[in-house]
Design a protein around this ligand. Structure first.
Ligand code: HEC
Ligand code: HEC
Length: 437
């Protein structure tokens, strides 16, 4: 009542004493009015809770997620690179797979091994069903005759019963030699021959079966599979069952969607600070951020080359460079050096950033956007771990090839002032669900 009274009084006073000429600018709308108007067009909506997964399935998935027997040399688990205690990341710019020693920031390459070529994405919110998985989007449902992944798994024979991308994804790391499988002739950490690495790269089905044989040789797993898949005899269990459990665990444990920004979207004006609101107005309004980081996930549906410096051993035919989506779709020059626009919820917790971990902080990311071209040309490689610096591709032909193809929205400097940069970082931190900390 009191508030309405004051508004009425203010209107009366304004009515009596307003002597502005018609050409005077209208008073600036409130931060909330500006922010809500600028969010409007971008399809960003609160996400809300997910349905609970069957507990026995989650229990099995949790065990498998930390199970080193999934790796050929019995030394690496999903959790090595997606540590549940580190927000589902490894905190490294580029991961260190089988043969590596130590964990987290202290992890070092094994003799004769190489870095995994791309940054390990956080597991936070992977269960929200993205259209495209991986930095190059190679796992997706494009071209699928019915629901389910078909295209872009490099000919990997994902069983037809697998219709969910997150389940399909969980079948892939065990095939990857750098991440989990190892090289022919490797011996595992107990000195036994690595039978998974002996298979040819094309023998995915045989590798999955052999991995299941390892698991089902352990009585505790026989019991866990039986509880998770009651009525399915052990002889009918395939690695897709393991992958189904891993995906259930990922959905259950890593879905974190109750950020201050989500509460703001649900109409709580007090959920954000004024600085976060100013950052949001920049993100959704004055700057082009939301035109790429759009939709309910604030990313995940488009690809762009934003001029990120290239680091690491490279991927596929482009090696030692990483063409990103361009490796998948070489016929279209738009995609050269383009990567999937990352979803941004909880981004505060998932440093380092970009497909190769080139930037250690959100401040460094936002500085990049102020002038992408100059940031690319003047990249300071001392931002990454010394062991990676020699694999920085700062030669003029590479820099020029990336520059030639930077997304039109970022070709000219955005010139984001230092105080605007702080506002943007504050806004990005409003995307953190406190329970994910
Ligand atoms: C040696 C490190 C390593 C291990 C071990 C590993 N991953 Fe990953 N993971 C990565 C990297 C790197 C990527 C991104 C690869 C790319 O985009 O090309 C990734 C991508 C993913 C993604 C997709 C993320 C996205 O944003 O599209 C999921 C989900 C995932 N991993 C789950 C798993 C599971 C489940 C396991 C165990 C079965 C596992 N990972 C084992 C490094 C690892
Ligand atoms: C032209 C599309 C585009 C625009 C505009 C854009 N982004 Fe991005 N953003 C991307 C892509 C693509 C990546 C990943 C690039 C890579 O790894 O090479 C990215 C990465 C990021 C990351 C790192 C996320 C992670 O998990 O590594 C943040 C944070 C980010 N953008 C915030 C912003 C902000 C803030 C703005 C506005 C100033 C903005 N973006 C504008 C496409 C865009």
């Amino acid at each position: 009542m009191r508030l309405i009274g004051m508004v009425l009084l203010a209107a009366l006073v304004a009515g009596c004493y307003d002597e502005r000429s018609p050409s005077d600018p209208a008073p600036e709308p409130s931060l909330d009015a500006q922010l809500r108007a600028s969010i409007g067009p971008w399809g960003v909506v609160p996400i809300g809770p997910m349905r609970a997964e069957p507990q026995a399935l989650v229990n099995l998935g949790a065990a498998l997620f930390s199970e080193t027997a999934l790796s050929g040399n019995r030394d690496v688990a999903c959790a090595t690179c997606h540590d549940p205690l580190a927000h589902g990341t490894d905190a490294l710019s580029l991961p260190i797979g089988t043969g590596g020693v130590g964990s987290g920031l202290g992890r070092t390459l094994g003799a004769g091994r190489r870095f995994v070529p791309r940054n390990a994405p956080s597991m936070l919110n992977q269960g929200l069903t993205f259209l495209y998985m991986f930095w190059d989007g190679r796992l997706n449902e494009e071209g699928a005759p019915g629901p389910g992944p078909r295209r872009g798994t490099a000919g990997v024979p994902i069983p037809a019963s697998v219709t969910n991308l997150l389940v399909a994804q969980a079948m892939l790391p065990v095939l990857n030699r750098d991440e989990m499988r190892g090289r022919a002739g490797d011996r595992d950490v107990f000195g036994a021959p690595n039978e998974l690495a002996a298979f040819d790269d094309s023998a995915a089905t045989a590798i999955w079966s052999a991995t299941m044989r390892r698991l089902l040789a352990v009585q505790a797993y026989v019991a866990k599979f039986d509880a998770a898949f009651p009525g399915v005899p052990a002889s009918s269990l395939g690695f897709e069952h393991a992958a189904t459990a891993i995906a259930a665990f990922e959905r259950q444990s890593f879905t974190r969607t109750n950020s201050p920004f989500d509460r703001y979207l649900a109409h709580d004006d007090r959920a954000l600070t004024d600085q976060q609101k100013r950052g949001g107005i920049l993100f959704f309004g004055k700057l082009p951020c939301a035109s790429c980081h759009s939709g309910p996930m604030m990313g995940g549906v488009q690809f762009a080359n934003i001029g990120v410096p290239q680091l690491g051993p490279g991927v596929g035919k482009g090696a030692p460079l990483d063409f990103g989506r361009g490796e998948e779709i070489p016929e279209n020059p738009f995609y050269r050096f383009a990567f999937r626009v990352p979803p941004l919820r909880n981004v505060e917790l998932t440093a380092p950033y970009m497909h190769d971990g080139a930037y250690p902080t959100l401040e460094a990311v936002v500085r990049h956007y102020s002038n992408a071209d100059s940031a690319l040309r003047n990249y300071d490689v001392t931002q990454v771990h010394p062991s990676l610096r020699t694999s920085y591709h700062g030669d003029a032909p590479t820099i020029n090839a990336i520059r030639a193809n930077i997304d039109p929205r970022l070709q000219r400097p955005l010139n984001i002032s230092p105080s605007e940069q702080q506002d943007l970082v504050a806004f990005l931190k409003s995307l953190t669900d406190p329970s994910a900390r």
